[in-house]
Design a binder for this molecule. Structure first.
Ligand SMILES: [Zn+2]
Length: 178
């Protein structure tokens, strides 16, 4: 569940996914950049607004979705909280493959959620609906180089899995450091 931090309601987790590059550049892979700085991996936790009766309804409705974006940098330390995901990746290497796993989300996102950036935008993958409240955490998490390589080497894609940075088009980005 995600709430507070000036979010309009209580949001329930729908799915999580990762964006990353081809491994050739450590500043490429994330969809967001902070002061032009990119990261090799960006995780998206997608939540739906429980004021709607279902996630299907929320996806099509105003302020229906809230995405928490967490950057990952690559270090020498293994992130044990990520291991269940890393171990499962070779089994879901192709689109449409699914596995069930249990995760401790508290350990996968930073213990302190501020500072963060907030803006209203769209999903970065189809249907790209403009009803998403984005929360981008400034503080990155980390994973080891071997964990990173599992992401890069075991997954396949038709085109780059990250969308290039989009123009702001007058959207306001607020910064919260409370
Ligand atoms: Zn995403």
């Amino acid at each position: 569940m995600m709430y507070g931090g000036r979010l309009p309601g209580v949001f329930r987790l729908l799915q999580l996914h990762f964006h990353f590059g081809d491994g050739s550049h450590m500043e490429q892979g994330s969809e967001h950049r902070i002061n032009h700085q990119g990261y090799p991996v960006e995780m998206h936790l997608v939540f739906w607004n429980m004021k709607y009766l279902s996630s299907e309804l929320a996806i099509k409705s105003p302020e229906g979705l809230s995405v928490l974006a967490v950057f990952f940098k690559v270090t020498s330390r293994v992130n044990t909280a990520l291991e269940p995901i890393v171990k499962m990746l070779p089994h879901v290497g192709y689109k449409g493959k699914a596995r069930t796993l249990s995760l401790n989300l508290d350990k996968i996102i930073p213990w302190k959620l501020t500072p963060f950036y907030r803006y209203k935008g769209s999903l970065t993958t189809p249907p790209c609906t403009e009803n998403v409240i984005w929360t981008v955490l400034e503080r990155p998490m980390s994973m080891s180089i071997s964990q990173y390589k599992v992401f890069v080497n075991t997954l396949s894609w038709d085109s780059n899995p990250y969308r290039p940075v989009q123009p702001l088009n007058g959207r306001k980005v607020t910064f919260c450091n409370a």
